[in-house]
Design a protein around this ligand. Structure first.
Ligand code: ATP
Ligand code: MG
Ligand code: MG
Length: 351
């Protein structure tokens, strides 16, 4: 087929669509009303609610294959699309949309999450604090991203002052780690898996700020174990496309944090920095094409997010030394804490 449908309209879809265009595909996007910056790179963009059956039928008719760039597309929307149209089983969304289910899924396959408990009432919150202790983090089980829907709990006193938020949550013990890292893989429809190098990821206010390679000795020592888990997760889901697992590198080994059934912010460096980018390999996987190599092309790489008002002045960065590679997402409004773009800087070329 030659038309790819993308569910979701954010910057991940935009960069996915750019990669698809380069390979000669047409792209049709679908998302509810919003700042759908993927639309600029799409031949057609359907703006409709996820449960709009007529719009969904129009989308399905126009597409040869469907993928997503957003992990919170309702499972019911994906399930309602014609059999065989969606490249990856909806089970991946189902598992990853809920922090409790993704942690249980990873633990079943041998992964180690932080100690955690479900919080569904004031009583179960108190029980979770008693069982796991403080410090910890209370997170909504669903819909959180960029650190939103999270409450740090430093002490039992603080826990006592924090009301149950009224939606299902997870309480996690606070992990003492040296570095955060992510495993990003692509899995083809034939089950072939390739991994990109793992960056060290640095967050500010719960949001990714910076990803760097090399990631350091501790991460390098733990990547094999983290990859083994990520590969098992991908196989168990029958996954097709790019899948990301986030980890904490601790002195006791890699602790699984969460998974994203999609291309990932910490993989943006692959556009310039790897033999094939995460976006291109995602498109290759969903289209059944041979996957490209994932080798890192430079001795050092850093990818920095451009957030909020900085996005309005970002072109000025091009005057800086070191050949910064600038990517802006075309967002109409520079709200505080909003990802507006990113910049990648690379060191000297390898081999
Ligand atoms: P994303 O934007 O990556 O989807 P998110 O909102 O889903 O983020 P998490 O990744 O769970 O949230 O948490 C955001 C950040 O908060 C983590 O990258 C980490 O820096 C910190 N964090 C989360 N959980 C823990 C924990 N249990 N112990 C220590 N730090 C944590
Ligand atoms: Mg998340
Ligand atoms: Mg995260």
């Amino acid at each position: 087929g030659s038309t790819i449908g993308i569910l979701g309209g954010g910057q991940l879809g935009r960069m996915m669509a750019i990669a698809a265009l380069q390979l000669g595909y047409r792209v049709i996007g679908y998302a509810p009303e919003g700042d759908n910056v993927a639309a600029d790179a799409c031949s057609d963009f359907i703006t409709a609610e996820w449960d709009d059956a007529a719009a969904r039928a129009r989308f399905a008719d126009a597409c040869d294959v469907v993928t997503w760039e957003f992990e919170n597309v309702p499972v019911s929307t994906v399930a309602a699309l014609p059999e065989g149209l969606v490249a990856c089983p909806a089970k991946a969304l189902e598992v990853a949309q809920d922090r409790l289910s993704e942690k249980a899924f990873a633990a079943d396959l041998g992964g180690t999450p932080a100690p955690y408990a479900a919080v569904t009432s004031a009583e179960s919150f108190a029980a979770a604090i008693a069982a796991i202790g403080t410090p910890g983090i209370l997170k909504t089980a669903r819909d959180g991203y960029d650190g939103k829907g999270q409450w740090r709990v430093r002490s039992a006193l603080e826990a006592g002052a924090l009301a149950f938020p009224g939606v299902t949550c997870i309480y996690e013990g606070f992990v003492t780690y040296e570095t955060e890292f992510s495993v990003i893989l692509v899995r083809g429809a034939d089950g072939t898996i390739k991994f990109w190098d793992s960056t060290a990821n640095f967050h500010e206010g719960g949001m990714l700020a910076l990803s760097v390679l090399p990631a350091g000795a501790l991460v390098e020592a733990q990547v094999a174990q983290a990859r083994a888990l990520a590969g098992k997760v991908a196989d168990a889901l029958g996954y097709v496309g790019v899948l990301t697992l986030e980890f904490f590198a601790t002195k006791d080994g890699p602790v699984f944090n969460e998974m994203a059934p999609r291309v990932h912010n910490s993989g943006h460096w692959t556009i310039e920095g790897a033999a094939t980018s995460q976006f291109e390999n995602h498109i290759r996987a969903v289209c059944g094409l041979p996957l490209g190599g994932t080798a890192t092309r430079f001795a050092s790489i850093e990818m920095r997010n451009i957030v909020g008002e900085d996005g309005l002045r970002a072109h000025a960065m091009l005057a800086e030394p070191g050949e910064p590679h600038l990517h802006l997402y075309g967002k109409a409004e520079a709200r505080e804490g909003r990802k507006m773009g990113h910049v990648t800087r690379v060191g000297h070329a390898l081999g």
